[in-house]
Design a protein around this ligand. Structure first.
Ligand SMILES: Nc1ncnc2c1ncn2[C@@H]1O[C@H](COP(=O)(O)OP(=O)(O)OP(=O)(O)O)[C@@H](O)[C@H]1O
Ligand SMILES: [Zn+2]
Length: 663
């Protein structure tokens, strides 16, 4: 490798893989190699992006890579997580990924951790040992956690995400660029409970009802609050405790029980709802459906006539479709077929998976659960005049599935490594956040944008994020409240890692007082949306009514949709914030879709994730910026697409004299 760098050649160990990418790279090669050798890299996530990333890092000359992933390999990962094979199913992703890469790069060091990155072992000191952290995660919660640890440890973070054809890579360096949380990340779309329980108008509403209410009520934790019966319990006669309907009596035949549930939720509840004329003045009036109307007694006799020979005893393969001889997940079932699947799935849960009943959570990889939810959603859809969907579609909606595209992951992994190299070179001026687009924009498929500066009012990375005004004359109380609020709102970096346990100094305040304030504050703070996006006044009173303190929180700016560029809306990452449907509801923390609120990401065809056109550009480079960026990356391999032709064309090498290569 030709180099005029001042290090002696003996210092420079040139690695074949690196030399193979270096000719088109404007980095000073020897400098980078040296840094690579000393660089200790932490990767979080060994999934779709992670597998690509580990391979690219290893082939780019990185020598010391640590990788954390909490998952084991599933069959559904094999189509794109190419380091894994069928025989690895059930094994640790981090470990198998490590072993696979060591086979072709035996001379490097890869350390794997089969663990949750939120484990306390991965603390600030652990993070401090790394030169850069690279995220290949799939959820907001873990991303936030890593962001905060990187800030606390002062280690640069390269963050990434993909959804189908869309992808994003961003660089977060404390004090230099915005942190991952400088811009609030909107929560998954939520639906008002009444839309779900009473007035569904889209298939996704029926799916949410079937999954989060009916499935949860019949098969999940009985102690969880559940709005399934919200309407009927309002109107129910006092003679019947409606909750008893869902309990299976000891002597009750499973077929009888299934029909009782069916008639209650699809028949009786709809009739009750219809009794409120006001609701239906401007709406489609739903039709009650009773089992006797859609199923003849012979079709589903008391003891069942189904062919059970198909049903396997392996939990995740027990299938109502198999047991009814229905094979194609892309067939749309009739109401009769949906009703048979509904009853059969319920029967199979209560007979073959009895032990799990009461503990089940919906899982898109659980065949029987998907069948049950598909059937229940379809019967409800039929009742409300909503078009029925097949199992494949219903599964996609229920599991918020946007099919992963392996190529996007590979492109994003490459970009992560490019940014990591810039970070190691401390080449701040050339940091870019890069968007991978579904359709080329201004002839570009990859859209580089200069990173933002830190948001001065970001409550995570700025020094004085929230102003607290505490009106109390007892300074100890003031301290305590401040600490608790800090811990709860995540304002102080090391403390937020312990958000669940409140921090106070022993001896400051008496224990019983602390307990009282804790309880009271927990309650108040729990109501705060997080991240906070609107002005809120907290009033905290202690139980003894002796003290009163008001906390006035000056919130950072509201999320500005205008700043988000076209089409860059990633599930669980960057999404539009509010829709008329949910604008009155507080925005949750987006970390989970399984909490008490009914949440789902809209993924119906007519409203697909990622195609959000009304949004304006964020801080896109103007044409001169683009040519500047192009000039800066002149010698890089460029991946671009010409959009005036249908064929995908890759521009290779230097942009001045590029040659087109047809794919
Ligand atoms: N808190 C966490 N600690 C460690 N690893 C995590 C954490 N959260 C997510 N991950 C890992 O991040 C990876 C994300 O990869 P990816 O987006 O490809 O998801 P997947 O679970 O492999 O695939 P899919 O969800 O599409 O079936 C997963 O392997 C997951 O285990
Ligand atoms: Zn920030």
């Amino acid at each position: 490798m030709a180099s005029s760098h001042s290090h002696s050649i003996a210092d420079i160990k040139v690695h074949k893989p690196f030399s193979s990418i270096s000719p088109s790279c404007r980095f000073n090669a020897s400098d980078v190699v040296l840094r690579f050798q000393g660089a200790k890299v932490l990767m979080v996530g060994a999934g779709g992006i992670g597998c690509e990333l580990l391979k690219t890092l290893a082939l780019s000359g990185f020598h010391d890579i640590h990788i954390i992933d909490m998952d084991t390999i599933e069959v559904s990962n094999l189509n794109r997580q190419f380091l894994f094979r069928q025989s690895h199913v059930g094994q640790s992703k981090a470990k198998v990924a490590r072993d696979a890469v060591l086979k072709f790069r035996p001379d490097i060091s890869i350390t794997s951790y089969h663990a949750n990155v939120k484990d306390p072992d991965f603390n600030v000191d652990f993070f401090k040992q790394f030169s850069v952290v690279l995220n290949g995660l799939d959820n907001l919660d873990a991303r936030r956690h890593v962001n905060r640890l990187c800030l606390a440890a002062d280690v640069p973070l390269v963050e990434s995400g993909t959804t189908g054809f869309l992808g994003q890579v961003t660089v977060h360096v404390k004090g230099k660029t915005e942190c991952y949380e400088c811009q609030p990340k909107p929560a998954p779309k939520t639906y008002p409970v009444c839309t779900i329980t009473s007035t569904p108008s889209k298939f996704v509403h029926c799916i949410v009802w079937a999954k989060d209410l009916l499935f949860a009520k019949l098969l999940g934790d009985k102690n969880q609050e559940n709005d399934l019966n919200v309407r009927s319990s309002d109107a129910a006669s006092s003679s019947e405790n409606v909750d008893d309907v869902f309990e299976r009596r000891k002597d009750e035949d499973i077929e009888q029980y299934g029909r009782k549930i069916f008639d209650h939720v699809f028949g009786y509840n709809i009739e009750l709802a219809l009794s409120n004329e006001e609701t239906w003045k401007n709406r489609y009036r739903p039709k009650p459906i009773y089992s006797k109307d859609v199923l003849s007694e012979e079709l589903a006799p008391q003891n069942g006539n189904v062919d059970k020979s198909h049903a396997s005893d392996d939990e995740l393969t027990i299938s109502a479709m198999a047991s009814l001889g229905m094979k194609n997940p892309q067939d749309i079932w009739s109401v009769n077929e949906n009703s048979r699947i509904f009853l059969e799935a319920l029967r199979l849960f209560f007979t073959k998976r009895e032990k799990e009943v009461g503990n089940l959570c919906f899982d898109k990889d659980d065949q029987l659960a998907v069948e049950f939810v598909t059937a229940a959603a379809n019967i409800r859809a039929a009742s409300f005049g909503i078009p029925l969907h097949n199992l494949f579609e219903a599964k996609g909606i229920a599991g918020n599935i946007v099919h992963a595209v392996a190529t996007t992951n590979a492109v994003i992994a490459g970009l992560i490594v490019i940014e990591a190299i810039k970070v190691l070179r401390n080449d701040i001026k050339s940091y870019r956040m890069t968007y991978c687009l579904e359709h080329p924009s201004r002839n570009m498929l990859l859209m580089p944008v200069e990173p933002f500066e830190p948001n001065k009012s970001c409550y995570v990375c700025s020094e004085t994020p929230l102003s607290l005004e505490i009106n109390t004359n007892r300074s100890k109380l003031k301290d305590l409240v401040e600490k608790i609020v800090k811990a709860k709102l995540g304002m102080s970096l090391p403390l937020i890692m312990n958000a669940s346990s409140l921090l106070y100094e022993a001896g400051d305040v008496e224990d019983d007082m602390v307990a009282i304030y804790e309880a009271n504050l927990e309650k108040v703070l729990a109501e705060l949306p997080s991240p906070v996006t609107g002005g809120t006044m907290l009033t905290i009173e202690d139980y003894q009514q002796e003290l009163k303190c008001n906390i006035n929180i000056n919130h950072r700016e509201e999320f500005d949709e205008e700043k988000e560029p076209d089409g860059m809306v990633l599930s669980g990452w960057t999404q539009p914030v509010s829709t008329p449907e949910n604008k009155d509801k507080p925005i949750g923390n987006g970390a989970s879709t399984s909490d008490a609120t009914i949440a789902a990401t809209e993924s119906e065809k007519d409203d697909e994730i990622g195609i959000v056109s009304p949004l304006k550009k964020r801080k896109l480079p103007d044409d001169s910026d683009i040519s500047k960026a192009a000039a800066e990356t002149k010698n890089h391999k460029q991946l671009q697409v010409i959009d005036d032709e249908d064929d995908l064309v890759v521009l290779e090498g230097n942009l001045d004299g590029f040659k087109k290569r047809r794919l």
